[in-house]
Design a protein around this ligand. Structure first.
Ligand code: PMP
Length: 365
């Protein structure tokens, strides 16, 4: 037996050694889940039926994604050559960055934004160039334009953005693609259904535009891990060289067509969230809490120095919310996902209790 105790262990790449571990708080979530911007209720019952029909024989085979890609492309009025299904948008971001970013390149990133852009970029040899939004958390369009250099390789924009819920205008996105023709402009439309505006119709007109969509939010399939990239044929071809042909599993592929077909369910859920968002906004205004105008299924509020206690008291009242204090420019801010109207009534009760227990907002006067 060789002496394993004294053996020298292999070390990862220097960039990986410099990375921080990212551990989102996914444990102990048996409460009202207003912390991860998921669908808070259920997916379409048609998806459940499809799951029940899965045969063991189906599970023995490797998944074939092309037929489902054709169905999704059709739904989006695109040709299948423009669309790649992925294991959630997270895989889409990972693969896009692996395909395009190398040493000397820059990822231009408006912040605060979705954490995984920075995580995946920091595993490449590229440099992240953060562009901080002003206190109103509006899309920092002028600052982004000023940040473009010959080294800019990707500009990653969540639209609507998280955790702010604010949006970039279509004309601004188009202008960015024009001003950085040597860079990929990624528009991540994870929260599209709650916003209703898209640039996906432009992917065969703009040679450097890529759009991402997820089935984790409005469709309620976060556990299945389903996302997609849509872009010009040439860019999608490069990405496919890096993308695993097996990464979207058979269960996810079987569930996607019924999820797409059940438009009534999707429309019902989105309508429920939009109406609950208005109720919740009114409750926050009445409580005197500062909030940012949101076009997505969540709202960012300013709780101030007692943010950790706020999250703890909300949890004690059965409602999970997410402290975003560690995000750039977000000290004291908490993000609350919007669920159904009934769920948000429960959240409003918990919010009012917490606000008065901590003497926040109008209860401070
Ligand atoms: N993009 C944004 C802007 C998000 O907020 C999230 C999830 N929180 C994702 C992508 C991840 O999507 P998926 O579950 O498809 O990986």
């Amino acid at each position: 037996m060789p002496d394993f105790v004294t053996a020298v262990q292999p070390t990862p790449r220097a960039r990986v050694q410099a990375m921080k571990e990212y551990h989102p708080p996914l444990g102990s979530r048996d409460a009202l889940r207003l912390d991860f911007n998921e669908n808070t209720l259920a997916c379409s019952p048609k998806v459940r039926e499809a799951l029940a029909r899965i045969s063991t024989g189906q599970l023995t085979r490797y998944p074939e994604r092309e037929p489902v890609e054709a169905i999704v492309a059709d739904e989006l009025c695109l040709d299948a050559s423009h669309v790649a299904l992925t294991n959630g948008v997270d895989e889409a971001i990972h693969v896009l960055f692996e395909t395009f970013l190398e040493g000397g390149d820059e990822l231009l990133l408006p912040v605060p934004t979705y954490t995984m852009y920075e995580v995946y970029a920091s595993a490449t040899d590229a440099t992240v160039v953060p562009v901080l939004a002003a206190d109103d958390l509006q899309f920092p369009f002028e600052r982004l334009l000023a940040g473009i250099t010959p080294r800019t390789k990707i500009i990653a924009i969540a639209n609507p953005n998280s955790p702010s819920g604010t949006v970039a205008a279509r004309a601004q996105l188009i202008e960015l693609t024009r001003r950085a023709p040597h860079a990929v402009v990624l528009v991540d439309e994870a929260y599209f259904h709650f916003y209703g505006e898209t640039v996906i119709d432009l992917i065969d007109k703009i040679p450097n535009l890529i759009v991402a969509r997820t089935f984790s939010k409005a469709y309620g399939l976060a556990g299945l891990r389903l996302g997609l990239l849509a872009g010009p044929v040439e860019l999608v071809r490069w990405i496919r060289r890096v993308l695993s042909p097996y990464s979207v599993n058979s269960l996810a592929l079987a569930c996607l067509p019924p999820a797409l077909e059940d438009r009534d369910y999707l429309n019902w859920y989105v309508g429920e969230v939009l109406s609950a968002r208005a109720d919740f906004e009114a409750a926050m205004d009445a409580a005197g809490l500062r909030r940012w105008p949101s076009r997505a299924n969540f709202i960012l509020i300013d709780v101030g120095p007692q943010h950790a206690e706020f999250v703890r008291l909300m949890r004690a009242a059965g409602v999970l919310v997410r402290d975003r204090s560690n995000d750039p420019g977000c000290d004291g801010r908490v993000r609350i996902t919007i669920g159904t109207r009934e769920q948000m009534q429960q959240a409003i009760v918990a919010l009012n209790q917490t606000v008065s227990a901590l003497s926040l907002g109008v209860s401070a006067q």
